[in-house]
Design a binder for this molecule. Structure first.
Ligand code: NAP
Length: 286
């Protein structure tokens, strides 16, 4: 029941219509019996400053940030936690009596998703496909724990730029490659973990994969950040090869769980959130 005591949370982005965060957080609030509500706010880039002032004025307790505001919001915040500062992108903001602090829970969510599946990434050889926003958060998180990272991207300049940025915080060399098959064969040799942080496998590319099935094997961990569909072609191929597979729902859930704790101070009901999200995505797939 909404009352005068209800605490409001939300997500700002453009678009936000298909975001699963309202479902995930409202499910958790309901289950925990918290008098809180999570609302999607479509905010155009030209309205970002006004939206942030509005958030302060309306005392919205916390919010997520999605495309295209993850970087442009930074100068509008009062504080940045060190991880968000290193990555240069914010996906979660806590409003403490008008003081806004930005965090990046995508990075921690990715690492948590690996560890919760029994995989310790520290020091491992990791191949990241993609050089966009998600790849950036993932690469910074991996660099922190001394991983040997290779970034593979369609646009080589973007891979090169990301590798240079990540090198500044890494104890290891960070390599960059363009997405051509000779490179992929060579790079995958001896890789411990392969991460898809491109959009290949969703939308118009459903059924497609970033690598040929015969390049996957049972000693690899294959992590696809895509959560819709739940099981991408890459994950289907990886499963057949005997590899350990982890899907994007896990990362989505864990970044949300970490944000939930920052906002409310309590542990989120991970299983309830996962079941709800999985059920809704599966229904949409049918
Ligand atoms: P982004 O910044 O737009 O980056 C997209 C990446 O995909 C770029 O590296 C791009 O390569 C590559 N790409 C797109 N189409 C391609 C194609 N046809 N062939 C080869 N490469 C292609 O997007 P993002 O925000 O990083 O999102 C990337 C993925 O993360 C999406 O699949 C999304 O579903 C997933 N995601 C997961 C979560 C989660 O919590 N699980 C959250 C957000 C996003 P170029 O640089 O060459 O264009």
């Amino acid at each position: 029941m909404i009352s005068g005591m209800t605490k409001i949370y939300g997500i700002i982005g453009d678009p936000v219509a298909y975001s699963l965060s309202p479902l995930m957080h409202n499910t958790a609030f309901n289950y925990m019996g918290l008098n809180c509500l999570y609302i999607p706010f479509k905010v155009k880039s030209t309205e970002l400053r006004a939206a942030i002032e509005g958030i302060r004025a309306l005392n919205i307790y916390g919010f997520n940030v999605t495309m295209p505001h993850k970087q442009t919001i930074i100068p509008l915040l009062d504080h940045l936690n060190p991880e968000a500062k290193r990555i240069g992108a914010v996906n979660t903001v806590v409003n403490d009596k008008g003081i806004l602090t930005g965090y990046n829970t995508d990075a921690a969510g990715f690492i948590k998703a690996l560890r919760e599946n029994g995989i310790e990434p520290r020091g491992k050889k990791i191949i990241v496909f993609g050089a966009g926003g998600v790849a950036m958060a993932i690469c910074f998180a991996l660099a922190e724990i001394d991983c040997v990272i290779s970034i593979v991207n369609r646009t080589i300049d973007r891979a090169w730029r990301l590798a240079n940025l990540v090198s500044t915080v890494s104890s290891q060399t960070v390599n960059s490659f363009s997405m051509i098959s000779e490179n992929i064969n060579m790079i995958l040799d001896g890789a411990d973990i392969l991460v898809n942080a491109t959009s290949i496998g969703m939308g118009k590319t459903i059924g497609k994969s970033i690598v040929k099935a015969d390049l996957l094997n049972s000693s690899m961990v294959v992590f696809d950040t895509i959560y819709h569909p739940i099981e991408t072609q890459l994950l289907k191929d990886a499963k057949k090869s005997g590899a350990t597979v982890i899907g994007g729902v896990d990362m989505l859930i864990w970044q949300g769980v970490i944000a939930f704790k920052k906002w409310t101070g309590v542990d989120a009901p991970v299983e309830i959130m996962t079941n709800k999200l999985t059920q809704v995505i599966r229904n949409n797939e049918d």
